[in-house]
Design a protein around this ligand. Structure first.
Ligand SMILES: Cc1cc2nc3c(=O)[nH]c(=O)nc-3n(C[C@H](O)[C@H](O)[C@H](O)COP(=O)(O)O)c2cc1C
Length: 318
């Protein structure tokens, strides 16, 4: 910090380099959140079923939003580069600081303009939503969470607080179940060493299978089963319950969406069921009449996977 302070005094910056760097980082976060919301709003506007006039208006706003999204892409790139240069500046101390300050102010002007643009379009879309009297399916928090959830296979070290885990399980319990049987049981593993051990046992037992599986490479990561997640939740139910697979699927999805809404990420782990064929299965003390249907890896994601293309040729209205 000391050399930065000297630089600031030398060049009499009204804002320190460190502040400029921090500010740029904040812009990047904000632009990312705008882009996410734009994505949801554009997706929502495609589902508009209002009168032809309102639907046409909504489409126009959505087109403007698509353009804004492109501008934001460019702005993001420029700010990111600027942030990168500022960081380099801390180290070299040779660059022309004044230029960077000018560039920073130019980017700030662009940022503020895009901000106004963004909020204006958002307000217009809200107006249309009201005019459509509920026929226009405007994106809400629940839909946003559904669109945002991805299977995440890289987690950081941050631990998950117990109240958060309890919230996930509480949300999972809210799932519908055939004849309200609520067949689920939850086995929560929070010991990373144990998770790692279970993963190794599964890998050891099923190596030939993994080599055949798309996307699983036993050499690539230290934990190809649970992806080094800090928590794994096994979903268990009676073997002979004919609806259990469906019930647990719903329960799992509730849990994953709840996690996403709380800032956590997840990955459903079908391979976890293979633990039944390993010697460590006994440690789980699962009743003879029950079995594992699925496990969910939970943690704070350290990657943002791109969305998949979703097949749209699978609906028929009769
Ligand atoms: C029943 C089920 C089992 C899955 N098993 C695994 C698994 O063992 N390992 C894994 O990395 N991903 C697993 N996945 C995640 C899928 O690969 C993922 O959901 C799919 O590629 C779609 O990506 P998305 O979840 O990001 O939309 C499983 C998903 C489901 C629904």
């Amino acid at each position: 910090m000391e050399h930065i302070k000297t630089l600031i005094t030398d060049h009499q910056l009204d804002k320190g380099l460190y502040t400029l760097h921090t500010e740029s980082k904040e812009w990047l976060h904000i632009i990312t959140s705008w882009k996410k919301e734009l994505f949801s709003m554009i997706a929502g506007s495609k589902k508009a079923t209002a009168s032809p006039e309102i639907t046409a208006e909504i489409r126009k706003i959505a087109d403007a939003m698509t353009l804004l999204d492109k501008l934001l892409d460019k702005l993001y790139k420029d700010v990111d580069q600027h942030k990168h240069y500022l960081f380099k500046l801390f180290k070299t101390e040779k660059q022309d600081v004044e230029n960077y300050r000018k560039n920073h102010n130019a980017l700030l002007t662009r940022f503020m303009a895009e901000k106004d643009h963004y909020f204006a379009l958002r307000r217009e879309l809200h107006k249309m939503d009201e005019a459509a009297d509920g026929h226009f399916l405007f994106i809400n928090q629940t839909l946003q969470t559904i669109y945002d959830r991805r299977s995440v296979r890289k987690y950081n070290e941050k631990k998950i607080n117990k109240p958060l885990l309890e919230e996930l399980i509480s949300a999972a319990r809210m799932a519908p179940s055939a004849m309200n049987m609520q067949p689920w049981k939850f086995l929560v593993l929070t010991d990373k060493k144990r998770i790692k051990k279970f993963s190794s046992e599964i890998v050891e037992m099923a190596k030939p299978l993994f080599r055949l599986s798309h996307g699983i490479d036993t050499n690539e990561t230290s934990d190809p089963i649970f992806h080094n997640a800090p928590v794994v939740i096994f979903l268990v139910a009676p073997k002979d319950d004919m609806w259990a697979a469906l019930d647990l699927g719903m329960c799992a999805q509730n849990m994953m969406l709840a996690a996403k809404s709380l800032g956590l990420d997840t990955c459903p782990i079908g391979f976890a069921t293979l633990i039944e064929q390993t010697p460590v299965y006994a440690e789980l003390e699962i009743a003879e009449s029950d079995k594992i249907f699925l496990a969910i890896a939970v943690g704070y994601g350290d990657e943002t996977p791109k969305g998949h293309e979703h097949n749209k040729n699978n609906v028929r209205y009769l």
